[in-house]
Every structure is written in structure tokens, then in C-alpha cells.
Design a binder for this molecule. Structure first.
Ligand code: SF4
Length: 423
């Protein structure tokens, strides 16, 4: 197990972990061999209700439990540990289970572009206007989510990491592709980098004065897992980070923090709220996104409350995703029909400013598929899904509604049959 003790004040409850029942700690140890686990004292101290930890959404989001593996997978790892197998034999078992958990859903390791005949192994270019950059120093997070769709990035043994640090190649690539208007720093969490490291990247981008680059985004969960990143009062580097944000905005480039919040409890303390105010004061916009997850936020009430709080704090709700089929997804998955109901019920409960959110959306191989509705076919009275690509590799294919056969239990678009009417 790995606990990071950051140098934050008000360190109060980390002791609670020591008092978890031995059986629970043992389960965590076993499951964490397969699913990368990392926490920190902000998550433990501020976000988890330890009086009710077994049902607490942030505990489940951050701490692995035995139900996240199939019983036979759990037993195989447990047996290997009990028998004190040599490390290489144990890791053979662990890695086999990891491969059963579909480490690269929706062809995640594809869409890798080339520059002058060289593959950019740390860049993805799927949609025509945006490039994703995976900086080497940003491929971890302040804590790890148990459902993480990029969990292989955190497993050294499988050598599945995908990242690079040659920003000049990324700049050249953007310059040569006139339709690219946005650059997304992603990970892991790019906000885990020090401001000095990040600034090395940003300064080169600003100096390049790319005429087609209009926006920079940072995909991050730092506001939830380590908001001290943006609090100069706790941390001198936070001031440098905020200055860099301002520098980006002052250069005429829109800066969007793509903040990952799974539950309203992550917004409900003075630390995160002050961090949000500081980011907004730097000129950056904060947009929010998260997947719908059983055991964590499978409730329209939770989403409505979260979006209301976000709007009140000046954030822009952006995406509600369907959990991807990777890692312990069987534990977290929600059917498409249920997701559609949660989304519509939640949006109905919010004011109009929260209706900026698009959902429920699947990040599928060809693009982002939104469930637009469940309707009855007027000819035969049978239910069907109405969907559309809100993003598609071929941008001409976006925003064209199509129909799929209804299936009450389906959890992903590839489990559905297309209807003839599409052709
Ligand atoms: S913050 Fe994002 S990348 Fe990091 S563990 Fe959570 S889901 Fe994965």
C-alpha cells in the first residue's frame, strides 16, 4: 500500500486508515496488486466520511475492495501471496489478470500520429481539431481512481506507458496541421507536474506563436485530489502555477481546466472552493466531466446536486460519460438505459445554466456516442435507442442521429444492433 503524506496543514484523520479492520486492509492489499492504488492525506482527511466508509463514494472511488475483482481472480492473487510465490511468478498471475481486464479499450493506443515518418508515442490525434499530449512527467495522479480508464499507465510491469517529453515535435505537428486548434495536456494528471516542468512546455508553445492554436486544456483531477496545487497560501509553487495560467490567457490563448469531479462531496469544503476562485481569477475557465459509476454516483440526485454546486461556483458542466469497459468495470457499470434516465432526471432538476452538460456519452472507437433518447418506433411500437456522435474521427459524421435496437441491459454501443433505418 502506498500513502503519500503531502506537506499540508490540518492533517487530522489519516489515523483512521490504521484502524480499518484487518480483513479490509488485507483485501485492499490483494486487490491493489492488480489495480493500482494510491491515496493521500487530503483525500483521507477532507473527503471521506470514515464513520460510514464502506458506503462512502470517495472511499469507493479511491480504495480498492474485493468485489472489484471476480472471485476467482481475487482467490488466485490471494493464494499466490499466501504461498509466498517468488515475485516473478506472482506477477505472472497478476499480469494475466490485468490482461483479462481489457487494458486498452476503444483502441486507446491507436490514433498515434506521425511527424516526418516518426510515430509520436505520446500524442493522440483522433478528432481533427484537437491533439492530446501525454507529457512524461504527468503520467501519475495525486491519488488513483479505482475505476480509472487509464490504469495501465500506472503499471510499470506491463510496460504499457504511453508518453513523451519532446514538445518541439508536438509544436511542429500542430503547425503542420492547420485544422488543429486545441492542445489537451492529459495523463495521468498533468497538474502533478511542478510549475517549473510545466512551464518548460508552455513557454515553448507560447514562443512558437502557432497561428492555428486557439485553446490549451489541462485534463486534471487535482481540484478534487490535491487542491493545494492552486493555493499559494499553502504552497509557494501554487503561485507560479497560477501565474503560468495567466500567462497563457494573456497570450490570447483560451485556457480550459477540464476538471474531473465524481461527486458533490468533492466540492464541499473551503480548500477546493478557494482553489476554484484562484483558478478563475487567473483567467482560466473550468469545465467539468466525470463518468457515471455504480456504487459512487449512480443517482440523478447526486448529479443534480453536483451540477448545481458547480454552476454556483462558476464551473461549466461539460460531459457525463459512460464508464469504459476496462479495469473493474463490471463493478461500476450502469446500463445505457439506466444512464439515460439518470442523466435526464438530473438535468431536469437543475437550472438552465447546468444544461451545458452533454451525456450520457461513450468514448467509443470511432468517437463519442451520445444516447439521445429511447423512443418507440411508430411502425411496430418497439423501443429503440436514438444516438449521435458528438465527436467522430470523420468530422462529417458528427451530429447525425442514428437508431439502434433497444436492449435494457446493454452497457456499450457495440452490444446493440443497428436498425435498418440507418442505411
Ligand atoms: S484522475 Fe483520471 S487518470 Fe488519474 S486515476 Fe483518476 S481517472 Fe485515472
Amino acid at each position: 500500500m502506498r500513502f503519500i503524506t503531502y506537506n499540508a496543514k490540518n492533517f487530522r484523520k489519516i489515523e483512521y486508515i490504521r484502524y480499518l479492520p484487518e480483513t479490509i486492509k488485507r483485501d485492499i492489499e490483494i486487490v491493489a496488486k492488480v489495480i493500482p492504488f494510491k491515496t493521500n492525506n487530503y483525500v483521507v482527511d477532507y473527503l471521506i466520511d470514515w464513520d460510514n466508509y464502506e458506503n462512502d463514494p470517495i472511499y469507493i472511488l479511491n480504495f480498492p475492495n474485493r468485489d472489484m475483482l471476480l472471485p476467482e481472480q481475487f482467490e488466485q492473487v490471494k493464494r499466490g501471496i499466501d504461498q509466498k510465490l517468488p515475485e516473478n511468478e506472482l506477477y505472472r498471475i497478476i499480469n494475466r489478470i490485468r490482461m483479462e481486464l481489457n487494458p486498452h479499450p476503444a483502441q486507446q493506443m491507436t490514433n498515434i500520429p506521425e511527424l516526418n515518418g516518426e510515430k509520436l508515442n505520446g500524442v493522440q490525434h483522433k478528432y481533427r481539431d484537437i491533439v492530446l499530449f501525454f507529457p512524461t512527467q504527468g503520467q501519475s495522479c495525486h491519488a488513483h481512481c479505482t475505476f480509472c480508464f487509464r490504469w495501465p499507465q500506472f503499471t510499470k510491469e506491463l510496460d504499457l506507458q504511453f508518453s513523451m517529453r519532446e514538445i518541439d515535435k508536438v509544436i511542429d505537428y500542430i503547425r503542420k496541421n492547420e485544422y488543429v486548434h486545441e492542445l489537451l495536456f492529459t495523463g495521468g494528471d498533468p497538474m502533478i507536474m511542478s510549475p517549473a516542468t510545466l512551464k518548460n512546455y508552455i513557454q515553448r508553445i507560447l514562443d512558437a506563436k502557432l497561428p492555428n492554436l486557439e485553446s490549451i486544456r489541462f485534463g486534471t483531477k487535482s481540484l478534487s485530489y490535491w487542491p493545494f496545487t492552486f493555493l499559494p497560501i499553502f504552497n509557494q509553487e501554487a503561485g507560479e502555477m497560477l501565474d503560468m495560467f495567466k500567462q497563457i490567457s494573456d497570450a490570447g490563448i483560451h485556457l480550459s481546466i477540464m476538471a474531473h469531479f465524481n461527486h458533490h462531496v468533492e466540492l464541499d469544503n473551503e480548500v477546493v472552493q478557494e482553489a476554484i476562485m484562484n483558478i478563475r481569477a487567473s483567467g482560466a475557465q473550468i469545465r467539468t466531466q466525470a463518468p457515471l459509476l455504480n456504487h459512487i454516483n449512480n443517482s440523478s440526485k447526486v448529479w443534480a446536486e453536483m451540477w448545481k454546486m458547480q454552476v454556483n461556483l462558476g464551473l461549466v458542466p461539460y460531459y457525463m460519460f459512460i464508464e469504459r469497459e476496462t479495469g473493474p468495470y463490471k463493478y461500476f457499470q450502469v446500463s445505457l438505459s439506466e444512464a439515460y434516465k439518470v442523466y435526464t432526471d438530473a438535468v431536469r432538476q437543475t437550472g438552465s445554466l447546468a444544461k451545458t452538460v452533454t451525456g450520457p456519452v461513450m468514448s467509443a472507437a470511432k468517437g463519442k456516442v451520445q444516447v439521445l433518447g429511447i423512443i418507440e418506433n411508430p411502425l411496430d411500437g418497439k423501443k429503440q435507442f436514438m444516438m449521435q456522435y458528438v465527436r467522430h474521427r470523420d468530422y462529417n459524421q458528427t451530429f447525425r442521429p442514428f437508431y439502434m435496437e433497444f436492449n435494457e441491459t446493454a452497457t456499450w454501443v457495440d452490444q446493440l444492433k443497428p436498425l435498418i433505418a440507418n442505411s
